[in-house]
Design a protein around this ligand. Structure first.
Ligand code: HEM
Length: 398
């Protein structure tokens, strides 16, 4: 064959049969384009979590693609594109700002936002889970986290819609031009917001990062802008898509949905199983700086490696009957949030949002998919998996 191609429409719709084939037959697979696709749980954990598999090489490919301008000026400094020691330095800066106190504040706000969003939707008997519920919840959470006023959420949404396509290595010139304009505006907005937080600290992450570095090595506005942009892109489509994927998995498995409704104490385990069964982040890429060996396969300096967490989450060596959706599972963490040195800094928040969403939505009576399953359309991305819209119906006013 011509090798695994994650952009193949059939694979975008359902990648799991191909993953199963790779896991069984060619777990470190060289694709048609020379890219390595890694599928086993242990190998994916290694690639995602160890410094030998770097991101700086990906940054350089991407910077060449988008050319000079605000996009690369801002994004090349974000945590996603650094190797150590820069990566460790940024992580040490962002990580501790997620204080237990901030997380507690966020928990209350997330639960409240989820309830407020659902209230007007109840009476309608019908909604699009993605647009009416998941996206507004994720956007409200990330803007609260960054201390952005609610009135600026529409602007944030517009910038992020314009910038997101440029993060893909397949971006075209028109998309890049629009992304440059949007990033220029977004960076100017953040410069003002950060100035305001320096003068009037609040209960938000930007204020926390400023406070944490005041005195010894004060953080620059550029580093804060990069971090804010990184958090917006790390933490909002991912959560939106994960809520959609999770609700869909429950709708496709009515007995599991009934079990969760009957025993709400199962919510944390159910959320983990949703993350494992259909992760919104399917893959992350790396470029290796020096020859190495992965499970007996020799990889060369400069090679691109794509670690498929979506496949690792179905590795039968880690999960029994991996294709079965079972909210009673307890077989170790999925790799949906990555691993090791780059493990997702927002995992706790993402889980809070997912649980709040599932709590509210599974509380609706008569919940069902409002279109034929075959009509669902997936986003065109090899990295992020999620349905474009997820219409559901339920007993009105329930
Ligand atoms: C990193 C997944 C939500 C912030 C990552 C990585 C994955 C991931 C796989 C590692 C990327 C790599 O190894 O290349 C997810 C999923 C989410 C989610 C599936 C939702 C369901 C969030 C949220 C935030 C966030 C809500 C912030 C509020 C970050 C940051 C990193 C990261 C800052 C970079 C960590 C580092 O490079 O050291 N995430 N994420 N994520 N995530 Fe998340």
């Amino acid at each position: 064959g011509t090798g695994f191609d994650p952009a193949d429409p059939a694979i975008l719709r359902d990648p799991y049969p191909s993953y199963a084939w790779l896991l069984r037959n060619d777990p470190v697979h060289r694709g048609a384009n020379g890219v390595w696709y890694v599928t086993r749980y242990d190998d994916v954990r290694t690639v995602l979590g160890e410094p030998r598999f770097g991101r700086a090489g990906i940054r350089d490919l991407w910077a060449t693609l988008v050319g000079p301008g605000p996009l690369s000026e801002v994004l090349r400094h974000t945590i996603f594109f650094q190797d150590d020691p820069d990566h460790a330095r940024l992580r040490a800066l962002i990580g501790p700002a997620f204080t237990p106190r901030l997380i507690r504040t966020m928990q209350a706000r997330i639960d409240e936002n989820a309830r407020d969003l659902l209230r007007p939707l109840r009476a309608r008997g019908r909604m699009d889970v993605v647009d009416d519920f998941a996206y507004p919840l994720a956007l409200a959470t990330i803007s609260t986290l960054l201390g952005m006023p609610a009135k600026d959420r529409d602007a944030l949404r517009a910038w992020s819609v314009a910038i997101a396509p440029t993060l893909d290595l397949l971006a075209g010139p028109d998309e890049i031009a629009r992304g440059q304009v949007a990033m220029g505006e977004f960076a100017a907005y953040l410069t003002e917001l950060i100035g305001d937080r320096r003068a009037h600290p609040g209960e938000d992450l930007i204020s926390a990062m400023i406070a944490a570095t005041t005195g010894r090595d004060p953080i620059t506005t550029d580093a804060l802008i990069g971090t804010a942009v990184a958090l917006v892109f790390a933490g909002h489509d991912t959560v939106t898509n994960q809520i959609g994927n999770s609700v869909l998995a429950l709708l496709r498995h009515p007995r599991q949905l009934a079990l969760l409704r009957a025993e709400p104490g199962r919510l944390p385990a159910a959320a983990e199983e949703c993350l494992r069964y259909d992760s919104s982040v399917q893959s992350n890429s790396r470029r290796i700086a020096a020859d190495l060996e992965l499970s007996g396969t020799k990889l060369r300096q400069g090679d691109l490696v794509v670690a498929l967490a979506g496949a690792a989450n179905r590795d039968p060596a880690q999960f029994t009957e991996p294709d079965r959706f079972d909210i009673g599972r307890a077989e170790g963490p999925p790799l949906s949030f990555g691993a090791g040195m780059r493990f997702c800094l927002g995992a706790l928040l993402a889980r809070m949002e997912l649980k709040a969403a599932l709590r509210e939505l599974t509380g609706l009576t008569g919940l069902r998919l409002a279109v034929a399953d075959g009509e669902l359309v997936y986003r065109r991305s090899t990295m992020f998996r999620g349905v474009v819209s997820l219409p559901i119906s339920y007993a009105a006013g329930a």
